[in-house]
Design a protein. Structure first.
Length: 311
């Protein structure tokens, strides 16, 4: 069994490479494991390295050492390979994916709890061929995420400054509603939407939990749709949306549907954010990809630890 640590040295606020190398050495000396550390040098690098490793056909456990982007890349790289399983050693800033594990999220920083942990399959969201672990969002929240990356390229606009600029520009200056056709398992709805989020997991955006009922291994996707409303109304509703209290919002404006396929079609390209990575499409086809990736974690952990009762 190989143990491969895929390290994103640019994730988070400091370089964690030395710490990860020490973890690998610990497993090598204490347990006699075959450990390899690989540094990613470019966007998409973790995905390529993960796929190349899985394609060997040998049993392998991969450790995604970075933030949510690195985790998503590794999942895309090994999805569909029965010989490969992945886990996470958090090294990013948000680490939203691990929040699905509740209190056990902290245990993922201890490699001694990981290396021999049980493996279990997770569902994924397939969006136009790109795989997503947790939440695929389109609309105002995706626009803000896309704007953060754009503002980061401007000198002095880093961290929270880039976030605040994106919120101001997208929340105040750009249209809040989009004329879309949203088709849920073959049934179309046409109108103006502020956002449409397809949820396999529960956490994204640094703290939002739109559909707490979503579970990552039950073969069900939950799609939440919010119709366009005036900005002052949206601002009043958004805290409840973010906290997962969607039942408190007006039923004519907010809808949660279990659908295996959600298709968003538009007359012009729009932004869809998958696990924090932004794409621009004129049509986004989001489909359940059941039990697509093998994941391992500390004994007793559950990807549904923060889930609420079913709808």
């Amino acid at each position: 069994m190989q143990h491969v640590f895929l390290i994103n040295p640019h994730a988070g606020k400091q370089n964690h490479a030395a710490r990860i190398y020490a973890m690998a050495e610990h497993l090598r000396t204490r347990h006699g494991l075959c450990c390899t550390c690989l540094l990613t040098s470019r966007p998409g690098g973790a995905e390529s390295l993960a796929r190349e490793t899985a394609q060997s056909g040998d049993p392998v456990r991969l450790y995604a050492c970075g933030g949510d982007g690195t985790v998503s890349e590794v999942a895309n790289g090994i999805a569909g390979f029965p010989n490969a399983a992945m886990t996470v050693i958090p090294s990013g800033t948000g680490n939203d994916f691990l929040k699905n594990f509740g209190p056990d999220a902290a245990r993922f920083s201890d490699v001694e709890s990981l290396w021999d942990g049980p493996s279990f399959p997770l569902d994924l969201i397939d969006c136009n061929g790109r795989l997503c672990l947790t939440i695929a969002c389109s609309g105002i929240d995706a626009q803000i995420a896309d704007g953060i990356d754009q503002f980061r390229r401007i000198p002095l606009l880093h961290g929270r400054a880039s976030y605040l600029c994106s919120v101001a520009v997208n929340g105040l200056l750009r249209p809040l509603g989009h004329a879309w056709t949203v088709t849920l398992d073959g049934v179309p709805q046409t109108g103006k939407f502020a956002l449409v989020s397809v949820c396999n997991g529960r956490h994204y955006g640094g703290g939002s939990t739109p559909v707490p009922e979503a579970r990552m291994d039950d073969g069900i996707l939950h799609t939440i749709l919010i119709r366009a409303v005036p900005r002052r109304v949206f601002a009043r509703f958004f805290p409840a949306y973010s906290a997962g209290r969607w039942q408190e919002l007006p039923a004519d404006l907010v809808q949660v549907v279990q659908a295996r396929e959600t298709v968003i079609s538009a007359p012009a390209p729009f932004t869809t954010c998958l696990d924090g990575e932004c794409f621009h499409w004129q049509e986004a086809r989001l489909v359940l990809s059941a039990r697509k990736v093998n994941f391992f974690g500390p004994k007793g952990c559950s990807p549904n630890a923060t889930a609420r009762g079913s709808i």
